[in-house]
Design a protein around this ligand. Sequence first.
Ligand SMILES: Nc1nc2c(c(=O)[nH]1)N[C@H]1C(S)=C(S)[C@@H](COP(=O)(O)OP(=O)(O)OC[C@H]3O[C@@H](n4cnc5c(=O)[nH]c(N)nc54)[C@H](O)[C@@H]3O)O[C@H]1N2
Ligand SMILES: Nc1nc2c(c(=O)[nH]1)N[C@H]1C(S)=C(S)[C@@H](COP(=O)(O)OP(=O)(O)OC[C@H]3O[C@@H](n4cnc5c(=O)[nH]c(N)nc54)[C@H](O)[C@@H]3O)O[C@H]1N2
Ligand code: SF4
Ligand SMILES: [Mo]
Length: 872
Amino acid sequence: MGAEVRSTCPYCGVGCGVLLSPDGAGGLSVRGDPDHPTNRGRLCSKGSALAETVGLGERQLVPLVHGTEAAWKDALTLVATRLRKTVEAHGPDSVAFYVSGQMLTEDYYVANKLMKGFIGSANIDTNSRLCMASTVAGHRRAFGTDTVPGTYEDLDEADLVVLVGSNLAWCHPVLYQRIMAARERRPLRLVVVDPRRTASCEGADLHLALEPGSDVALFNALLAEIARRGADDPAYVAAHVSGYAEAVAAAKASDPAITGLSPEEVRDFCDLWIGTERVVTIFSQGVNQSSSGSDKVNAILNCHLATGRIGRPGMGPFSVTGQPNAMGGREVGGLTNTLACHLEIGNPAHRAAVQAFWRSPAMPEAPGLKAVEMFRAVADGRIKALWVIHSNPAVTLPEADLVRETIAACPFVVVSDVTTRTDTARHAHVFLPATAWAEKSGTVTNSDRRISRQRAVVAAPGEARPDWRILAEVARRMGFEEGFGWTSEAEVFAEHAALSGIAGGFGLDFDISNRAGLSAADYDAMPPFRWPDGPAKQGGRFFAEGGFYHPDGKARMLPLVPRPPAAALTPEHPFRLNTGRLRDQWHTMTRTALSPRLSAHLPEPFADMHPEDAARLGLSPADLVRLTSPQGSAILRLRITSDVRPGQLFAPMHWTGETAPAARIDALVAAVTDPLSGQPESKAAAVAAARFDAAWYGFAISTTRPAPDCAYWALARTTRGYRAELAGTEAIADPEAFARALFGLPDAALQMSRDAGKGRWRMAFLRGETLLAALYLDRAPVRLMRDFLAGLPGTETCWALAGKARGDMPDPGAVVCSCYAVGRNTILRAISAEGLRSVQAIGASLSAGTNCGSCKAELAALLNEGVSEAAE
Ligand SMILES: Nc1nc2c(c(=O)[nH]1)N[C@H]1C(S)=C(S)[C@@H](COP(=O)(O)OP(=O)(O)OC[C@H]3O[C@@H](n4cnc5c(=O)[nH]c(N)nc54)[C@H](O)[C@@H]3O)O[C@H]1N2
Ligand SMILES: Nc1nc2c(c(=O)[nH]1)N[C@H]1C(S)=C(S)[C@@H](COP(=O)(O)OP(=O)(O)OC[C@H]3O[C@@H](n4cnc5c(=O)[nH]c(N)nc54)[C@H](O)[C@@H]3O)O[C@H]1N2
Ligand code: SF4
Ligand SMILES: [Mo]
């Protein structure tokens, strides 16, 4: 085993440091970096399972042109020529780049420079439009620049943390654990503002299940109450804030009943917030992904500005970033409406300075198209060449089916990805194989502005190349030799740092130009640092003493009027569909679904529905439901739970054409956006729900990847291969032939049991004594010990046909603790048999929850449940 190398986790914006030990054969082991200031050694379930996701099984390692392997020089020349010819024939705005908050800063810098400085168009936008755009817009309106004022240390020092539209326990688990740890030292209180009961509510003192989209009304109520009780900070407001009176007047005119909360709940919330000076209000996608997202952000900022609770230890508004380099992308200026380093594209002085620095031939004078508009322009032919880098828009943009068709019909599509197994890459004319996380080197910036190195520890496999190099080579082949001649990512970083000095010269916040002269060795060794990092920088915080970036140095409070979600509920589409994330999957699952451990947590796409709605619609647990919106439809497994309110549904965003083609949730979401930020409303579609009447249901296990062909299927990895849920609308004429085709086993030995009258078939395929695959068919949703069966393929077993374990081989149930693979039934059994009464006691007995701690909230929920419920 080689020496440990310091790097950064490639998933969420917490930005945890990791220590990587390559095994010399392409594999590695991963542990949390005890010296990284962000996580001090902690990792969540996804970070802990990183080693399981670095295999090459699904990678494409050679460029493809029209689906055929090609030499790099031919692929790059083709891309450069097509881009250049398209620009010559139709102007610079006929080409577009769609990039990603998961690119490294160096990749992002090169893409932005090529498009904005050399192609001369602003048609570069990023998936951060779906993620952080409303926060960027809100920050800029209030502060004059896109600055996150606080730091993670504020979470250690706060007396109250409010999570607004943030399921921190699952999406930023190490921060959630940090809050839970702080709480053991001091009386910290936690409030969750979310229409749905989430894992983050387990540790909360108060959960406000407000009406979807009504956050402005809630924070208006708080602001009005701040003013009424005289809880504002007149000195701070007088010196540093404008717009106070108008904002308060609008807040007083706004009706708190819009929130759907009781007057007592609103009062309790106001009492807590107003009565606790050290309050951090954390917000993420429940705020941003809304047609009033920017207003929601400003409604929160208003309250912190009015009370002067900003930039001091333990208090402030805190937008947590989603992607590992969402913040770095904002620093680079990767959004179409920004330039570089927090400079403005619409500001002639900024533009001239950047143009001089880049020695650029052509610069756009105005913002280009934001993500949703960009794909509309592809659809109507204004954009004729599209390059997608490090994102999967055919799945994650609203109206995803339309976007997929748009990409398929675009005359020239380039996709840079690590795998061709994505709904977007499938339509690439040119596929460019990028190096993946452990193979590439650069920097990322996390939620609290800390810049950390990502370091390559594994040699680039096959012909894969880093994204920045691919971009620079295309630029050079387009004739821009001079601006793109770097030989290492260290040189790209140094140039970015130098450019930030121009921003600093304009008095802007983002200035890391003290690193412009960095040598390659300095860059290699660069420890994590947070900007601003000079000695007099207020502990890394902004705005305690004012110093905002509007010309008058003051912040703006804004008068805000609540608006409901754009998609109106109607008798045809009566349900509000909320969407979001699961603990152990990352977006479109191209990496996390490679890990059997992570796949075991929630192996199938689902829709959560309240029991009253299910009863009214005559639905039972484990039914399949079809959700339909004016934009599209999806088939999902029904979960009946009072975690969601009546009239609301929740479904995860993760499944795709590769994993469950009928469950692409963005197919249902209308492409309505916040008017200021252009961010889509991903959490408030209007949908209908009805039982999906399948003629048959099936469950399959297999050592190799099955190839389902039916109306509904969902595939997940297991330690022994794969498991799949299946359902079809037409009776299967020949079940054996169906099963053989599904598994690609034309002549394996078959054991079968059937009850043809009931439509029940059980088929096990064997080589010698070894189980290769098994299929269970029924006319109703199949009842089986799935988690037990998933462990059988590849073993010599006689239990496959039984479909369940012997009494002394208990079914562990779905995995709750993915670090120690402890299942739900195991935990419930231990709770009742051993009389366990605390999360710690479960840990002591089963180890569950004692490594990364991401499952502690679920363990707490099982404790409540387990006392009354016996394990199945
Ligand atoms: N496990 C995991 N972690 C991740 C990711 C992942 O894919 N998987 N992705 C990362 C990325 S890119 C991001 S952006 C973050 C996102 O992190 P989060 O924002 O925490 O995640 P979401 O689940 O999208 O949404 C958060 C919550 O918003 C709630 N919500 C919906 N509508 C409203 C509303 O009108 N008001 C309020 N107050 N709440 C509402 C939802 O019920 C949901 O619980 O997670 C990051 N971390
Ligand atoms: N309904 C709904 N829709 C949503 C959301 C929601 O909450 N609800 N959330 C939105 C948000 S916040 C986000 S951030 C987006 C995320 O959406 P996307 O960015 O579209 O999703 P990812 O799966 O992260 O896509 C990343 C792609 O990059 C590839 N990749 C991995 N490593 C590399 C590399 O090193 N180089 C290159 N070139 N490619 C690589 C992966 O294989 C994958 O195909 O989804 C948005 N869409
Ligand atoms: S919290 Fe988890 S996913 Fe996020 S950076 Fe840390 S280890 Fe990675
Ligand atoms: Mo995101």
